[in-house]
Design a protein around this ligand. Sequence first.
Ligand code: GTP
Ligand code: MG
Length: 353
Amino acid sequence: MGYLSMNIGIIGLPFVGKTTLFQLFSGVSGQTAAGSETRVVKVKDPRVETLSRIYQPKKTTYATIQFTDTPGLDPKAGAKERNRIFGILQGVDALLWVIGNFEGSEKTPREQVEDIKSEIIIRDLEIVENGIDRLKHAKYKLEKSEEELLDFLERLHHPLDQTLLPGAEYREEAEKRKAVGGLNLCSIKPSILLLNSDEASFAIETPEIKRIREDCAQNRLGWLELSGKFEMELNDFTPEERADLLTSIGLNETGIERLVREVYEHIGLISFFTVGDEEVRAWTVREKTGAKDAAGKIHTDFERGFIRAEVMRFEDLAREGQEKKLKELGLVKVVGKDHIVEDGDILYIRFNI
Ligand SMILES: Nc1nc2c(ncn2[C@@H]2O[C@H](COP(=O)(O)OP(=O)(O)OP(=O)(O)O)[C@@H](O)[C@H]2O)c(=O)[nH]1
Ligand SMILES: [Mg+2]
């Protein structure tokens, strides 16, 4: 346990390509059961391959990321369907708003964005109002944590009541308050807007799209454009042909590679590695994680008995080719529990229990 695999909930109006993208990301096609499912996807970090070539371990383990597909969110469908969909999204760490941008979409991208936003806000307002009501009318004296929760919910009510997405400061505060996490408020989850374009509209910035992009920046929503159906069709080609076809629309990476990068950047995640003859492995932690906490991701004993860590940089090892060289060059640093783990650190944990 302790091992971090982000779960990304896919949300969007009906027939915008959510399931197509879900299948593209997971590399598995076929109908999903009852319109919703979670799949675990390997994060194909090329650095892991490099490390694996150097150490020739028995086992190579990639970091993973999960995706949860949901049925189309239809504003006309009402509260019951809305609750069902948000129920599926219970516990996801971030949301991916899929916006259909192709011939035959019933609504314009802007209308879709507004619909998703208002569905999320309506749902969260209900949770917030119920929470306030429950705490205010409690028949006992509130504990300190409950008083803080009440205060938080009352503040959060303001932006929601004006149909505004709450600012990032609410998210930061919510992360520190355990009681908020249980409420599963979607308006404060990190969110990325994915514009799902067809080949004809790909990379064409209409005034409407430009405006959505600007709104995303202002509201701290991540942004990504890709062409789910087009990329799905690429699966019928050889890897070389696929790369050529991607280049033809101006891309040098696949959709999942670009999405994972955006997710890591937007949520503030980094990767560190552990290496050896037994296993080369990538781990995901939040930025600014200390060495001791990072050790805890690997094994609770490592955290409890943490003495120190030895750190190499991936780029140094990749350049020199072997650990021995790094030692000679003084590129293996000994650090204490407060060392802030950086993306690309290779850690050896020294511990004693
Ligand atoms: N023209 C066009 N059609 C697409 C594109 N992406 C998906 N579609 C079509 O849209 C329909 C729905 O695709 P799905 O991926 O199942 O969409 P969804 O959002 O999961 O739909 P629901 O789960 O029913 O809400 C299918 O008929 C797809 O062929 C696209 O980029 N261009
Ligand atoms: Mg679907």
